[in-house]
Design a protein around this ligand. Structure first.
Ligand SMILES: O=C(O)CCC(=O)C(=O)O
Length: 251
């Protein structure tokens, strides 16, 4: 079972203290980092899965603005940013996949919902992006952006030799256009680098937090699994994002 990959010794998902600690991190820091959430054996199984599926990943190098749309209009909408990465889409994970099983588990959905202090939480409706794995190789980069879903759980699976830092300006969207513009111009006062050692689960508000991955260095690919959630049922990304990230649209 996929949830066997979870480190039950460190995290009893039903324990109100575990939930309360995670909830405090979310409310005070806008992000929650749970190291060693997945066991070493679980990480190994997920990495093996990504290694096997990696030939199917879609490589893209889009230019876009921080909202993952075309750079148009005014203000930070006109900023042009650049990505270079490979992505495995949700529909490429077979029914036997550990990652798919984990995302499908009611226990994990309920845990995330309780950490967020919400009454209801839904899985993202994007058939490609709901669960995806980002594969980043030497010189790849993912620049500043906001997600099209409310919350993302990222699970660090494999680190690159160097680079590949997850940099996050938690909840900066609430601070307004000027703060976003300043960050894009190089102001790091809102930025924190979150520790992403393999096995770490990180929960953050991707729609309101601008985040990026610094350039990858070395021959070991960086693997991160991204499990997406929303407060509204049926929330999906745009066709534009699907085409640029996955190179296709749902049948
Ligand atoms: O790879 C990561 O750590 C973050 C990925 C991300 O932000 C995204 O795919 O939108």
């Amino acid at each position: 079972m996929a949830t066997e990959a979870l480190n039950r010794r460190a995290y009893d998902l039903a324990d109100p203290h575990v939930i309360a600690r995670a909830n405090t991190q979310m409310t005070t820091q806008g992000v929650c980092v749970l190291p060693d959430f997945v066991t070493a054996a679980g990480v190994q199984a997920m990495v093996a899965e990504c290694d096997d599926l990696s030939p199917l990943a879609h490589r893209s190098s889009p230019r876009r603005n921080p909202y993952l749309t075309k750079a148009t209009g005014a203000g930070t909408n006109t900023a042009v940013l650049y990505d270079s990465l490979e992505v495995l889409a949700y529909d490429q994970f077979p029914p036997t996949s550990v990652l798919r099983g984990l995302y499908a588990s009611h226990e994990l959905l309920d845990f995330v919902r309780r950490c967020l202090g919400l009454e209801v939480l839904y899985r993202y409706a994007d058939p490609f992006g709901a669960l995806n794995v980002s594969i980043m190789r030497d010189a790849d980069v993912l620049d500043w952006h906001f997600d099209m879903t409310d919350f993302v759980v990222s699970i660090a699976l494999q680190s690159s030799e160097s680079g590949g830092d997850f940099e996050n300006a938690a909840l900066i969207r609430d601070a307004g256009e000027q703060a976003i513009a300043d960050l894009l111009a190089g102001d790091r006062s809102h930025v924190r680098v979150e520790p992403m050692t393999p096995g770490t689960l990180m929960l953050f508000n991707g729609r309101r937090s601008m985040h990026r991955v610094s350039p990858i260095r070395g021959t070991v690919p960086r693997y991160v699994a991204l499990l997406a959630y929303d407060t509204k049922p049926g929330t999906d990304s745009t066709n534009e994002l699907k085409m640029s990230r996955y190179g296709r649209l749902p049948a």
